[in-house]
Write a protein that binds this ligand. Structure first.
Ligand SMILES: [Zn+2]
Length: 354
């Protein structure tokens, strides 16, 4: 009998639930709005209804291995409590795992969303040929996950991998975490928009100023990316700043960890061609370990194609793009019960009768 697991990606905007089999094939995906304003109870009710719907449909022909839930925030693994979640207002210090388990009547595995994305890329994506990798996710904020020997590195409490809050400029703009000059203040989608508005306000961005009166929904990182691709100087400078911050972060990580692969994912990753030249330049300049282990045609070329040839992996540090796009976290969440032994043994979600 084949087996499958449920993966959930609970984002600030979208809530996605999928049934994925053990070979990584997507059986079915349900997407709905998260509707954070309705509060955690209501969101979890709808999530559990979606999980039960998929379990009811697939558990007849296939063995259910359990459910994994990826959440954007800092999670205390032991208690399953969400400590900080800026994109989920009202969920602060919320015992998410208990509430979900009570609704479902079965254990679930909770994971930080960037950790889940790192596991997804390791299972089926850019890092499927390596055991040790680090992933940086560039979205509204900047997240990170570290996979060692094929498993997520949790640290003591489950809070390891908060790469978005590594300092790149001790005198930089203040960050919601309480520090200043964090990677997130330069390489996130919201930082890109902030930097663009600052340039417009300073009168340094005539090309972008035409869009200054656009709504926040329209004046976004994608628009600024398009202007950069068209050669707008101020927009290009912004993505050079993105690359600069990522280069500093990666240099620190390469020096500290000496892993096989570093993967850049998230919604800003498609802007790779406009930020990666500066990123590689900065990385090479600041990391002796990278300079000693970079593949011959690095500085963008290796990473420009998402397909890294396996022979390049031998004793080389690879920095590349994620390949699973926005589904990385969903696949990673489903992978959790397949690789976590407690989850696999105890999981039994009763099939819904609806
Ligand atoms: Zn910060």
């Amino acid at each position: 009998m084949s087996s499958f697991a449920i993966g959930v990606d609970l984002g600030g905007t979208n809530l996605r639930i999928a049934a994925i089999d053990e070979s990584g094939s997507l059986l079915e995906k349900i997407t709905m709005r998260t509707l954070v304003k309705e509060g955690p109870e209501s969101v979890i009710d709808r999530m559990c209804a979606g999980i039960n719907q998929l379990v009811g449909k697939y558990a007849g022909n296939s063995r259910l291995l359990g459910a994994g839930v990826g959440i954007p925030g800092i999670i205390e693994m032991r208690t399953g409590t969400l400590r900080e979640a800026p994109n989920l207002p009202g969920w602060h210090d919320y015992a998410v795992r208990d509430v979900i388990e009570k609704r479902l009547g079965t254990p679930v595995i909770l994971e930080n969303d960037a950790n889940a994305a790192a596991l997804g890329e390791t299972w089926l994506g850019a890092a499927k040929d390596v055991n040790n990798m680090l992933m940086v996710t560039l979205g509204t904020g900047v997240g990170g996950g570290i996979v060692l020997n094929g498993e997520i590195w949790h640290g003591m409490t489950g809070m390891a991998g908060e790469l978005g809050h590594v300092t790149v400029d001790p005198n930089g703009p203040s960050c919601r975490c309480g520090s200043v000059g964090c990677v997130e203040q330069y390489a996130s989608a919201s930082a890109i928009v902030r930097m663009a508005r600052e340039k417009i306000a300073g009168g340094h961005a005539p090309g972008m100023a035409r869009f200054a009166s656009s709504s926040d929904a329209e004046f976004n990182a994608k628009l600024i990316h398009n202007l950069a691709v068209q050669g707008d100087r101020a927009a290009r400078e912004i993505f050079q700043t993105v690359g600069w911050a990522l280069g500093i972060l990666l240099a620190d990580m390469v020096n500290a960890l000496n892993l096989e692969m570093y993967v850049i994912g998230g919604g800003v990753a498609p802007s790779w061609e406009v930020f990666s030249p500066t990123m590689f330049q900065e990385l090479r300049k600041r990391s002796l370990v990278y300079a000693a282990t970079a593949p011959e045609d690095s500085d963008g070329k290796t990473g420009a194609s998402a397909q890294v040839q396996p022979d390049v992996l031998i004793q080389h540090t690879i920095v590349t793009r994620a390949v699973l796009g926005s589904d990385a976290g969903l696949y990673g969440a489903a992978r959790l019960p397949m690789t976590t032994h407690e989850g696999a043994e105890h999981a039994h979600i009763p099939a819904s009768s609806e």
